[in-house]
Design a protein around this ligand. Structure first.
Ligand SMILES: [Zn+2]
Length: 288
């Protein structure tokens, strides 16, 4: 077990490594390529959740209490406890534009930077807003659930996504208008709308409240975002902006290796370590 800090709360949690079964689940999902991105993110989320040994809420609640940036140290912990502390790794030298292989030693060479929430203020606290006879609750910062939610409305497989060359959900949603060959116009409009209101948690109209269903109830979610919130589409852009402002998340931890003198160009580089990529590489190798 290893202790890691969750940046959005500043709390310390214990993380264990993957079992063989969990490793196989991940590998099969990636090998199949037919899983949707939504399936894959849910699977990864569930596995990370089970690897947390400290006290934690059930999965459906937990995804609402963490941010995407919190995953990075958690995945670091899982990788450290599953595969050990030494790996072959590589970076692309920005000067020569060539790959440089090196040995990554987590305990000796990996450093961290970033900001952790030490204020004690909950980052994902729900806020209220009202317009006419409608009340909304929302979080001003996006949770991990809010991010996965957006993928539920983008019917793309892992294969589609890789062929588009997108590497993050942000890339994906900004690429949406160019996806008319794969998606219908309606798909795209819905996905963009859900992106706009991804932090919405409940809506009350004439004192009847509809709570957003949990991330695992996809049919109910589609009806919530399709029908229950259609009032929001009628607002002016200006009204909407003041109603549910989204703020960037200031808390994250980045892992990096300091390369004082690059083998190829002799210059100083800071190489970002992506533990998720590392986990996938290790799983792919160990499966043969
Ligand atoms: Zn270089």
């Amino acid at each position: 077990m290893v202790e890691v800090v969750v940046p959005s709360t500043g709390s310390v949690v214990n993380v264990r490594g993957l079992t063989v079964e969990e490793g196989l689940k991940l590998t099969s999902s990636i090998t199949l390529m037919s899983d949707t991105l939504f399936d894959l993110f849910l699977k990864v989320g569930r596995i990370i959740h089970t690897c947390i040994e400290s006290e934690k809420p059930p999965f459906e609640q937990w995804v609402r209490t963490i941010t995407e940036a919190d995953l990075s140290p958690l995945i670091y912990g899982v990788v450290r406890e599953t595969f050990g502390d030494e790996f072959p790794y590589s970076y692309t030298c920005p000067v020569k534009d060539q790959e440089v292989d090196f040995t990554l030693n987590i305990d000796k060479t990996v450093q961290t930077k970033g900001e952790i929430n030490t204020t004690g203020e909950p980052l994902l606290e729900l806020k209220e807003a009202a317009i006419n006879n409608v009340k909304l609750t929302y979080s001003s910062v996006e949770s991990f659930e809010d991010l996965v939610l957006q993928l539920a409305f983008i019917p793309l497989s892992l294969k589609d996504t890789l062929s588009l060359g997108v590497s993050s959900v942000d890339d994906l949603t900004s690429a949406l208008p160019q996806l008319t060959k794969i998606l219908t116009e309606e798909d795209i409009m819905t996905a963009l709308f859900v992106r706009k209101i991804s932090t919405l948690r409940s809506i009350t109209i004439d004192s009847k409240t509809k709570e957003r269903p949990p991330i695992t109830q996809i049919i109910a979610l589609k009806s919530f975002f399709g029908r229950d919130v259609s009032f929001i589409k009628k607002l002016t852009q200006k009204e909407f902006k003041t109603l549910m402002p989204k703020k960037p998340n200031p808390y994250s931890i980045t892992f990096f290796v300091d390369v004082p003198k690059c083998k190829l160009c002799g210059q100083h580089h800071e190489v970002i370590v992506d533990f998720f990529r590392l986990a996938l590489q290790q799983l792919a190798e160990s499966s043969y």
